[in-house]
Design a protein around this ligand. Sequence first.
Ligand code: RB5
Length: 154
Amino acid sequence: MRIAIGNDHAAVELKNIIVEHLEQRGCEVVNYGTDSTESFDYPIAGYKVARAVADGQADRGILICGTGVGISLAANKVDGIRACVCSEPFSAKLSRQHNNTNVLAFGARVVGSELAKMIVDEWLDAEFEGGRHERRVAMLTEIEQTQSLAAAQE
Ligand code: RB5
């Protein structure tokens, strides 16, 4: 699996730990984040990772900033991206099974490295369940593409 990873200055150390963990899992990792602790604007990394996933250059994306919030917001502005911020593995797993997330975000100032690895593992190992969740994910795409939702007009 090819993973695009991105981070800001708050998450360089955790990014490196996660890259090593991903490579140990056999993933190919492409780094779109900063490797410096100099101030770095998180939307740049969020956008680059989202673009790589949306364009099919990466299978999934992982984003890390201080909280995971800003960088996931940036990613979610790109069509086709479903990014979630997770601070625990349960939501990470369910975000794959129910929401078909293609980008995972977390905060280097929120989670420790062992918890972050657990979150990543649960997210990578889980598959989208389809079925009733297919319709709801399609609604997310409808909102994204039309800025409206037919089912909400009824
Ligand atoms: C940087 O100080 C911080 O704002 C950023 O890492 C992130 O937490 C934003 O959401």
